[in-house]
Design a protein around this ligand. Structure first.
Ligand code: PLP
Length: 390
């Protein structure tokens, strides 16, 4: 049977890790992989996570199954963090293996409910199109960001939405857009929420970077506006970045509706689809997040750590923007954008030359992970980039 299969290419982002590791130059710079790094290039385990793990190690008495929907306390605490207390809606959640698992279950639910089309703004995280295509949805695209001018194409986006039909799904990034870092203004969120409600579209909001942009509540303000306006919504949450627990595969999908019954029906479907796929989600990461959010001390320490990750990102953005400013007119946009990523107007051959000639690694799209920069690298990176961007 196996000889009937064609070998599949490696995910280009994962392949980039191999290329970077194989480069012997001591001054190589990794702006590729999408994980947070400190100024020493490490992705450390947060203090609050270590403390929660210690508690779990000492107190956990069983490794028996939890529940089909996962850890209910985790789900309640996470929904409070993301949705807040006054959405005016009812939410029912299912714990998932990471944000990717949440997006996949959402996509399965759309397929099961007969939703045929999903609208995706481009550019987006490459796995989005893969996940939605995998369950048979037709992915319709609309322009989100113009790379040469580093600006959100809001008018084109709104125009495209008028082509969407009632019942179509629309994917929305909550904050810290991957790969562009470009977000919507409060007024634009309002307009987006209004058109979603008016055209009866079903928003699937992807929240993977809460706290990395402006703040914990600020980063979900737009999401909450859309939930309030839309009769039904799905919210996919990843805990990977905000809690630094990437490999623990922790996330959740929430169905949000106007009645508890409707939300519960959606959840029962999500649970049965998970059951025939991987049965139940892994427990450890969710137990860690639950322990942190339920403890006043651990929670406030986590907030301090999250704030410091955000401050580092924003500081690096300002430094890079400043270093590029005498050669690239649009440099201030880098400081305005949020989260880990920006998308530079570089051609594929320029990206390949940066790797070959300077040991600076990024995917061929030109996306850079701001957290991959060390303060000491910024002058060199800027001097190499300026002639290409200016
Ligand atoms: C926009 C976006 N959504 C979802 C995810 C999924 O995260 P994970 O499955 O690692 O929790 C990512 C990860 O990079 C992302 O950038």
């Amino acid at each position: 049977m196996f000889d009937k299969l064609a070998s599949q290419p490696n995910d280009p982002l994962l392949a980039l890790i191999g290329l970077y590791n194989a480069d012997a130059r001591a001054d190589k710079i990794d702006l590729g992989v999408g994980v947070y790094r400190d100024d020493l290039g490490r992705t450390p385990v947060l203090r609050a996570v270590k403390a929660a793990e210690k508690q779990l190690l000492e107190t956990q008495e069983s490794k028996s199954y939890v529940a089909p929907e996962g850890d209910r306390v985790f789900l309640d605490l996470l929904w409070d963090l993301v949705g807040g207390k006054d959405t005016g809606k009812f939410a029912a959640g299912v714990q998932t293996p990471g944000g990717s698992g949440a997006l996949r279950l959402a996509s399965d639910l759309f397929a099961r409910a007969g939703t045929r089309r999903l609208w995706l703004g481009l550019p987006s995280w490459p796995n989005h199109a893969g996940i939605f295509g995998a369950t048979g949805l037709t992915v319709e695209t609309y322009p989100y960001f113009d790379v040469p001018t580093q600006s959100v194409r809001f008018a084109s986006m709104m125009k495209a939405m008028t082509g969407a039909q009632a019942g179509d799904a629309v994917l929305i990034h909550a904050s810290c857009h991957n790969p562009t870092g470009a977000g919507l203004t409060a007024a634009q969120w309002q307009e987006l929420a209004a058109i979603v409600a008016e055209r009866r579209l079903i928003p699937l909001i992807d929240s993977a970077y809460q706290g990395f942009g402006t703040g914990i509540d600020e980063d979900v303000a737009g999401l909450r506006q859309v939930i309030k306006a839309a009769p039904e919504a799905l919210v996919a949450v990843s805990c990977s970045k905000s809690f630094g627990i990437y490999r623990e595969r922790t996330g959740a999908i929430f169905a949000v509706a106007e009645t508890q019954t409707a939300a519960d029906i959606a959840r029962s479907n999500l649970v049965t689809m998970a059951r025939t796929s991987y049965s139940m989600p892994p427990d450890h990461g969710a137990a860690v997040v639950r322990t942190i959010l339920a403890s006043e001390t651990l929670r406030s320490d986590w907030v301090v750590e999250l704030n410091s990750m955000r401050d580092r990102l924003n500081g690096l953005r300002r430094e890079l923007a400043h270093a590029l400013s005498d050669g690239w007119q649009l440099a201030p946009q880098i400081a305005e954008q949020q989260g880990m990523f920006s998308l530079l107007p570089l051609s594929e051959s320029e990206v390949l030359d940066l790797r070959k000639d300077h040991g600076i690694y990024m995917p061929t799209s030109g996306r850079i992970n701001i957290a991959g920069l060390k303060s000491a690298d910024i002058a060199r990176v800027a001097s190499v980039l300026k002639p290409l961007l200016g």
